[in-house]
Design a protein around this ligand. Sequence first.
Ligand code: NAI
Ligand code: BAL
Length: 497
Amino acid sequence: MSLLTTEEYKAIAAGLSFPTQAFIDGAFRPAISGKTFDTVNPATGAVLAKVAACDAADVDFAVEKARDAFEDGRWSRLHPKERKETLIRLAKLVARNAQELAVMESLDSGKTIFDCETVDVPETVNCLTWHAELIDKIYEQVAPASDNHIAMIVREPVGVVGLVLPWNFPLLMLAWKIGPALAAGCSIIVKPALETSLTALRMAELAMEAGIPAGVFNVVPGGGAEVGEPIGRHMDIDAVSFTGSTATGRRFLKYASESNLKEVTLEMGGKNPAVVLDDAENLDRVAAHVVNGAFWNMGENCSASSRLIVQKGVKDALLGRIYAHAREWPMGDPLDPVNRVGALVSKAHYDKVSSYLGKGPKVLMGGKADAGFVEPTILDVARDAKQAREEIFGPVLSVLTVDSFDEAIALANDTEYGLAASIFTANVKKAIRGARAIRAGTVTVNSFGEGDISTPFGGFKQSGFGGRDNGIHAHDQYTQIKTIWVDLADDGDEAVG
Ligand SMILES: NC(=O)C1=CN([C@@H]2O[C@H](COP(=O)(O)OP(=O)(O)OC[C@H]3O[C@@H](n4cnc5c(N)ncnc54)[C@H](O)[C@@H]3O)[C@@H](O)[C@H]2O)C=CC1
Ligand code: BAL
């Protein structure tokens, strides 16, 4: 893909008009209260737009319209082929508006234009297309039964679904959730993170252009307490899919238990280990993966490799190569396509990440923070240091040294989280034993990654609850299974049997 110049991206930015109102029942509307909040470009501190600050009244209105749409079947009972074609049109519209969406995303979140252009937008297109293509390829089942019966096991859309999103991949996490939810036939209420509402609102506009009927795709921007909690507690929302912190995820279980026991899927935090053993081959390649795992998306990534667990014999050689690779990650203006590290998402998050850089562990590299930007930082940490245990969600790699394979695996598991891990070794037995022993939803061998659209993504322990995003398994969140048992007996047959 060829990228534009900074000046060309700035020209696109200058010409953007931001969608700022809630999108409910096929139309943009102000919040019922009339309130707005400022959405800020974290790289400059400039206010980009004033966005509708919705609350429970807007959630109620959106749910009413989503329920109407679901019950009359305008989307939920549309022929799968038509749903497929509509979602493919949406994916094509995203591709056609790729640069505009990439620039909007970068401005609103501080993410680099390089990542927005090469990952977030194309992966959004890929995700929507993949789930669209799946719609008419999932077969239902017939269970074994007597000649006098047929027992069908069918999947039905779960109904009205709340999708509560994080700010670290605003567009892509939207796609991870709307792809399978819309494919399944659900009506959706999207709640973007307060920090990053713009691309979700633009997607609502594109969804309407693609032909998704009014009431099916609703976006209600606003705060966690004002919009997220009313979604979690709503008596007429059938399921919630959430990505964000473990603390907030916990709340959704409480909301569900205190309301209508809606289905809850939670994709939450991580303190993910990259385990490098003495026998790892091609340390330069290992270092490239470790650096990518730690610093990609400024470390604002739930699957970031934030703990390097390295065996003593290879530590010095590996660290040398890691420093060399980390120096190839320039930091600066997110709209300059050479930069790999942009601004952290907000002043509050910048303050949180910066607080881990003060006194304490020895700084091996980086360590500076200024005006919303934090340098890729490598720390030599003790096992009980907060940098070794807490999710920092910034470009900070904590290095822990071990003597043996067993110690490495035990340390990898010594966390409340279990989202992702990687293991680097030339020994296939250790690779497989390690991958099996580490309690995490995704374990990569000799690489860092999250799999791809076809592989399920989610966490063990306090990183995940309920279903999975991505892959065919994602559809489990948005469908429920029904048994239809039919009596085929003739008049002469026994009534029971
Ligand atoms: N797993 C992941 O991908 C993410 C993890 N995080 C972690 O969470 C930390 C804090 O970031 P936050 O933005 O505060 O994440 P958060 O978990 O509070 O926010 C995620 C979503 O939940 C909503 N929300 C917040 N409070 C809520 C409440 N009381 N009830 C219902 N919904 C609510 C937010 O508005 C947002 O849409 C980060 O530093 C990072 O460690 C944050 C974002 C994504
Ligand atoms: N990396 C995709 C999931 C997340 O960070 O929230």
